[in-house]
Design a protein around this ligand. Sequence first.
Ligand code: PRP
Length: 179
Amino acid sequence: MSERPYVIDEMISAKAIAARIEALSREIRAEFKGTDKLVVVGLLRGSFVFIADLVRELDLPVEVDFLEASSYGNAMESSREVRILKDLRGEIEGRDVLVVEDIVDTGHTLTHVLHLLQSRHPAKLKTAALLDKPSRREADIKADWTGFEIPDEFVVGYGIDFAQRNRNLPFIGKVRFTE
Ligand code: PRP
């Protein structure tokens, strides 16, 4: 599939992403103000760019941890089965936790991850997603903070891949096949 020629059209600029993250950070900071317990959990791999920018804007004492779940393969179709490929390094019982996701699509990944983390009894469990595709939703879930609601386009960049490529684009782009 990655052999099929395509171009990437910019959809959300790096500047627009930075401005949105600054605004989200203000709200998140207000929510967690005063806590000395915040654990920011990035869902690998797609969230690695977003979490890096978000934690630097938060201006709160944070610990950073990662969890890897997978619901897509290299195929574009999402499967309902969510597998945990890599678990957290730290304990979250009694901690304030912010889960950071690059995109909520069907919602199965976030639903599964929240269910898992809730079973470990955090003091508070919140979620931030850079992108949301509400038209694709199958599970009844919405992140507490969303960067941008987008239509059902095939997006890449700013951490999001197409067959493991294009994660390093500084903007969110839309894949357009040329053949
Ligand atoms: C993508 C994305 C989200 C999830 C969203 O991850 O990063 O985690 O799918 O899909 P859903 O709402 O339909 O469950 P993917 O499994 O492609 O892994 P990656 O982050 O390593 O690219």
